[in-house]
Design a binder for this molecule. Structure first.
Ligand code: ZN
Ligand code: ZN
Ligand code: ZN
Length: 305
C-alpha cells in the first residue's frame, strides 16, 4: 500500500532499471557472466587505455595481461557475474544505451550452437541431440551443457560459442538442456585438422570424449570414469575467482591416481584435456592450464610407480 514509506536506505533503488541491466542482474545471480552490447549488438569498444590492447589485455585472455580496467573492455573477457561490477559507475553509461545483453557461455559451463538460418536449423534437427532451444531472429541457439573451443562457420550458418566468446541473451528458451554431444565437438575437431597454414605447436587436438575405444586398457566402467571426471570438472569450474589452475592440478592428480591399478592405456590425456577446458572456461590461460594438468597427471603416475 504505502509505496512511499520514508524508510529509504541505500539499496532501495526502485526506479525501473533499464531492461538490459535488469536481465543482466538476473542472469548473473544465476551464475551466468554477462556484458552489455551496444547498438549493432556488439560489445562496447575498448576505453582509450585498452585501445589496441595497449593495456596488455585481461588475465584470462589468450594473450594474458595485467588489465584490470573497470570499463567493459575486451568484449567477452569483460563478462562477469559480480553485481558490483555490473552496477558500477563505470558500466552505468553503457547500460543506459545498451541494445542487448550478452553472456559468456563457457563461463556458465555452456556451449551455444548458433544456427543462423533455416537451413542450419534443419541440419541441426537432423543431426544433433535435441537440447534447450532459444529462437533467434532468423534461426536458433541450441544450448548444451559443457564447454569447448569456440569457432565460427564450422558449417554454413553454424557458429560454436563457448570458450572466449560471447553470445546474445535472447531468453531462457525451451526444452531440457542436454550434454554437449561429440557431434558438436567434432565440428571443431574437423576444423582444427584441416591444414590452414597454421602453426602445429599451439593447440592439442581438441577435447575428445573419453570412452573405451580410446581407453582400451582401462579396468573402470565409463560411468565410473565420467563421474570422477564430472566431479573434478565441477571443482575446477567453481573456482571462478582464483585458484582454478591449482585446482586443475589437483583434479588431474586425482584422476590420474584413479587409474594407478589399470593395465592401461587409459587415455588420461583425453580426461586431462577436459580439465584444461574447464580451467580455461573460468579464465586460466590455456598454456598454464595445460602445464598444471600435465604436472598433475605426472604426479599421479609418479605416485603409482
Ligand atoms: Zn579499458
Ligand atoms: Zn584493458
Ligand atoms: Zn584406467
Amino acid at each position: 500500500m504505502t509505496q512511499s514509506t520514508p524508510v529509504r536506505r541505500a539499496p532501495s533503488y526502485r526506479a525501473p532499471l533499464p531492461d538490459a541491466l535488469h536481465s543482466a542482474l538476473r542472469l548473473a545471480s544465476a551464475g551466468v557472466p554477462v556484458l552489455p552490447l551496444r547498438k549493432g549488438k556488439v560489445p562496447f569498444g575498448n576505453c582509450p587505455a585498452c585501445a589496441g590492447s595497449a593495456c596488455g589485455d585481461r588475465p584470462h585472455m589468450k594473450a594474458a595481461g595485467p588489465c584490470r580496467c573497470p570499463q567493459a573492455c575486451h568484449g567477452w573477457a569483460a563478462a562477469t557475474t559480480d553485481p558490483n561490477v555490473i552496477t558500477s559507475a563505470a558500466w552505468a553509461p553503457m547500460w543506459r544505451t545498451a541494445a542487448a545483453v550478452a553472456y559468456h557461455p563457457a563461463g556458465a559451463r555452456l556451449t551455444v550452437v548458433d544456427l543462423d538460418d533455416a537451413d542450419a536449423v534443419a541440419w541441426a534437427r537432423a543431426t544433433l541431440t535435441v537440447t534447450r532451444i532459444v529462437p533467434t531472429t532468423r534461426g536458433e541457439h541450441w544450448i548444451y551443457r559443457g564447454t569447448m573451443r569456440s569457432a565460427n562457420s564450422v558449417r554454413p550458418g553454424v557458429d560454436i560459442k563457448s570458450a572466449m566468446a560471447y553470445t546474445r541473451w535472447l531468453g531462457p528458451g525451451t526444452g531440457a538442456m542436454t550434454d554437449l554431444p561429440s557431434a558438436v565437438r567434432a565440428l571443431v575437431d574437423k576444423e582444427e585438422t584441416t591444414p590452414a597454414g597454421r602453426g602445429v605447436v599451439s593447440s592439442p587436438p581438441e577435447r575428445a570424449v573419453w570412452d573405451h575405444t580410446v581407453a582400451t586398457g582401462c579396468r573402470h566402467t565409463e560411468r565410473y570414469v565420467r563421474t570422477g571426471l564430472e566431479r573434478g570438472l565441477a571443482k575446477v569450474r567453481a573456482r571462478t575467482e582464483s585458484g582454478a589452475g591449482s585446482q586443475a592440478f589437483g583434479v588431474a592428480q586425482f584422476l590420474g591416481a584413479q587409474h594407478a591399478e589399470c593395465p592401461g592405456p587409459c587415455a588420461l590425456d583425453t580426461l586431462g584435456q577436459q580439465v584444461v577446458a574447464a580451467a580455461v572456461s573460468v579464465g586460466v590461460p590455456e598454456p598454464y592450464a595445460q602445464r598444471a594438468v600435465a604436472n598433475g597427471l605426472t604426479a599421479a603416475l609418479g605416485r603409482a610407480a
